[in-house]
Design a protein around this ligand. Structure first.
Ligand SMILES: [Zn+2]
Length: 415
């Protein structure tokens, strides 16, 4: 193994071991908190719900450990066993080593890795989620989701990959600026048309049911300057009993989406506060900020990729004798999580700040904090949320503050 290969292997192991360690301390912390008695959770859940939430947390954590180990073993095997250079040679011998051909090789290997992940994904839905009463998906729908997802990724990803490989050929050393611009442009278009064209491929979106609730919710959206026709209900119950709401899209495509499960689980004031929270994301332009930060991060990433794929030792580390840009890009994609794993806590910290801002906006719009707190508690109980994650674990992995943190921030507003 070359020095750079050793460094990559070390970084992959460090990531996997860190993730496993975080799961372990979170499991211990959750068990200890559960033993401390009901004072910390009695306001949120009854005893049997709490016992189920602890069991769900531990089962999910055990599953995450298995996913981490399995993913780590697969990645190390793909990168260091020599299977990739061998497969690439066979492919090139049969189909040539043009960009079109090697681009297809990359898509095929990517698809193969997705297939290797199928057992884990199936267990998550039909083992874990089923056991805790959340799964409502049929195997047929599950397969339809996978196939549509893969088809979409290939339909968007393959032409984009060919364009990027094209820029390497004609744009000279600054190709990565062109490539970055193309990826950002595609993302931008997807963010605009995604809620209009892609979301409906997977889910049915309908206007809010026509009653008093609709009038109060739309009045609230109006108060925040949000177009009323873009508040919609999604048939989340076809897949899961988990409930959620989210804000997505840019420009005309922007939408606030409430799961139908949410409408069943919360009362009128609570639903208003959830909508007000999503309106807070709209008001504070959180999506635009995330998009710009993502684009800036990607610029740095492309700069690093452009430098790496010019180095012979980069290819040698993974058993390739000659450097082909298509392979270089693919190797970077395989290694990407090894780096992004450590950036995620920073992104999550930022995301949690946005959540506090949206909560504060909701409290202002509602004129009180009680219904927001009641909504958060109701959702925590229905979704069997872990009420006592280890602080290090939640700092690292949580895009939303914990229930306790959000309650404390709302209560400190004092109303
Ligand atoms: Zn939010």
């Amino acid at each position: 193994m070359t020095t750079f290969g050793g460094v990559c292997l070390g970084l992959i192991l460090l990531r996997v071991l860190t993730a496993l360690g975080l799961e372990r301390i979170n499991q211990r912390h959750t068990r200890e908190a559960a033993r401390r008695g009901p004072a910390s959770w009695a306001e949120v859940m009854d005893a049997s719900t709490h016992a189920r939430s602890v069991a769900y947390t531990l089962a999910k954590s055990g599953f995450h450990e298995a996913v981490m180990l399995y993913g780590g073993i697969v990645l190390i095997a793909v990168l260091f066993s020599g299977v990739l250079p061998w497969g690439c040679r066979q492919w090139a011998a049969a189909l040539g080593s043009s960009n079109v051909s090697l681009g297809l090789f990359v898509v095929a290997v990517g698809l193969g890795l997705c297939v290797l992940n199928l057992p884990m994904a199936a267990y998550a839905q039909f083992g874990l989620e089923e056991r805790f009463g959340f799964n409502t998906m049929t195997p047929r729908l599950w397969w339809a989701d996978r196939l549509k997802g893969w088809a979409l990724s290939a339909a968007i990803g393959y032409p984009l990959l060919l364009f990027i490989l094209g820029t390497i050929a004609w744009a000279g050393p600054c190709w990565w600026l062109w490539a970055w611009g193309a990826v950002v442009a595609v993302q931008f278009v997807l963010w605009i048309v995604g809620p209009i064209w892609i979301l409906p491929l997977f889910n049915k979106l309908t206007p809010l049911p026509d009653d008093d609730l609709r009038r109060t919710l739309l009045a609230l959206a109006d108060q925040a300057g949000f177009p009323a026709r873009n508040v919609q209900v999604m048939d989340g119950s076809r897949r899961s009993r988990h409930s959620n709401a989210f804000f997505t899209g840019f420009g005309r495509g922007r939408k606030i989406v409430l799961y139908d499960t949410l409408l069943d689980q919360l009362n009128g004031r609570e639903l208003q506060s959830v909508l007000a929270h999503e309106l807070g994301h709209y008001h504070h332009r959180h999506l635009q900020k995330l998009f710009l930060a993502g684009a800036a991060g990607m610029l740095a990433g492309f700069g690093a990729v452009a430098w790496l794929i010019r180095q012979d030792w980069f290819y040698e580390a993974f058993g390739f004798e000659i450097g082909l840009p298509a392979i270089g890009l693919f190797l970077c994609a395989l290694l990407q999580r090894t780096v992004s794993f450590w950036i995620a806590p920073v992104a999550n910290w930022w995301s949690r700040r946005f959540e506090y801002q949206a909560d504060a906006f909701a409290a202002r719009l509602m004129g009180e904090t009680g219904s927001m707190i009641a909504a958060l508690r109701g959702l925590a109980a229905k979704n069997l949320s872990n009420l006592a994650p280890h602080p290090l674990y939640s700092r690292f992995h949580y895009s939303h503050p914990t229930l306790r943190e959000r309650e404390a921030a709302l209560q400190s507003r004092g109303s």
